[in-house]
Write a protein that binds this ligand. Sequence first.
Ligand code: MG
Length: 603
Amino acid sequence: MNPFPTPRSERPACLAASSRQGLGRLVAVAGGMKRRAGRIAAAPVEEVLEALGEGALLLDPGRGLARANDAAGRLLGWPGKPPRRGTGLAALLRRAARLDAAQRRRILACAAALQGAADAAECEAGGLILRFRRLASGQTLIVLAATAGDEQAPRDPLTGLANRRAFHTSLTAALARPGASPVLLLLDLDRFKHINDSLGHPVGDALLRLVAERLRGRLRAEDLLARIGGDEFAILLEHADGVAGLAERLVELLGRPYLVEGHLANIGVSIGIALAPTDAGDPETLLRRADLALYEAKAEGRRGFRFFRPDMDIRAQARRTLETDLRRAVALDQFTLHYQPQLDLASGRLVGFEALLRWAHPTRGMVSPGEFVPLAEEIGLIIPIGAWVLREACREALRWPEDITIAVNVSPLQFEDGPGLIRAVQGALAASGLPGCRLEIEITEGVLLHDRKETLETLHRLRAMGVHIAMDDFGTGYSSLSQLRSFPFDKIKIDRSFATQIEAEGGSGKALVRAITAIGASLGMTVTVEGVETDVQARFVDDSGGHQIQGYLVSRPIPPEFIRALLARHNPHPGGPPHAGGQPHTGELGKKSSLQDNLGSRA
Ligand SMILES: [Mg+2]
């Protein structure tokens, strides 16, 4: 039943007459009907278009929608009842489930062309062809038809599940049902990219099919399961009963190993859950809120699920603000480096500095890397920031005596593009003129967890440039010792948490520092203990055979302008023993320098 009865004054014949260029098949069909019927009142434009499988929207000049036929609703994918008379074109398009923002903009631009001289325009968006015609009455007719191809297909070809568009349509319909309280679960696979990158796309595709199978096997017939993105799935449940239990079972189920084309693959899943109508009553808000819950699940260590909470919206807002500020910081050069010295215990001399990133925020003051590096990694800004750190640190180090090295922390994200990292290091060395052997790259154990083959290749290429490689925050990861076998590191830096345990009553700190030092030294690596704050700790490291210390006992990280003075105090004679009066600069001993001082260090 057409919801918009056609006034007698608007008939196909007037359309044909008013559109000089004609409407192709429409006109031919309408003409045929006219000839057959001898009169046209029985063939309103919507019916003609309906018969052709085409949609029609008629807009009054400046007053929005005059009429729409059912096919238009189906093609655009708007839910349930058609929009009200008078609804503007932009609002009509916003209701169209199949169109995204860019597609909507394209259509509006096409419509705007009609405001000018043109009386016909055509565009393609979201698998639809839209033909605009300005009628003699001043109204605009929009004829919609599906393009060839599978844009309309409701299925994801890889898994056979509903696709994003079909899911959105079902979600919209479910929310429109009176008294309904559906539940939306958004699932995102953890570490799927790693499988795709290391084992190839065919294996990745096969894995996605296995995931779909496992999910389908666990859900009831009335639950809707869809693949809505690369490694994203969505589930629509009719009600919230038992949803937490289901989410928990899905996390466990998808976390089991997969045997895929002869490879053993381990992935996990994070799930965000939003409930209607409590969290939202419209599909867009509900999707966005489930996505915020998913983000939180990911941020809190993956392999888990979270329900949406209102404070997530507030945090998301803060994150957006930080992101905007961070992008501006890159453009405006608001970063600066501080340098923390490393002391050689045998000679008592400073032998190097570690460059530590600081952000001089215009209103918040100094922001610690712990607050912005994770976000910078997430939005990809760590790559340009990391390259800047390399350039700046090398430039600064060239001003120091030749026996002083510079250590730079490199994020696992930078290692994901090995050739890019090599170029950044080469560029920094070339621009500064610093010899490669004075640069030390500090990596965390996380670097070696992914793409081992490519990572090792990158490390060897850096080594071939003379660059030294240090294993940072050693002992905090879960496979520390095996990491040491994978690459001949020049140095291991024992994590600061061990230093603080040296003086702890009955703690295992002493035994661990001694054992790690012995292993490092036996492998020919320099052993540095970080976070050394007291003489007792320093003496213990020395007695245990450790080579270097870094921490507040020697100095806190300092701006570059103080380096010369610090060197003069500790290394008064080039190559000679320390000055008798060379007391360690104890800095602010009461204040712990945090693990997150390190660019790229993760707790
Ligand atoms: Mg470090």
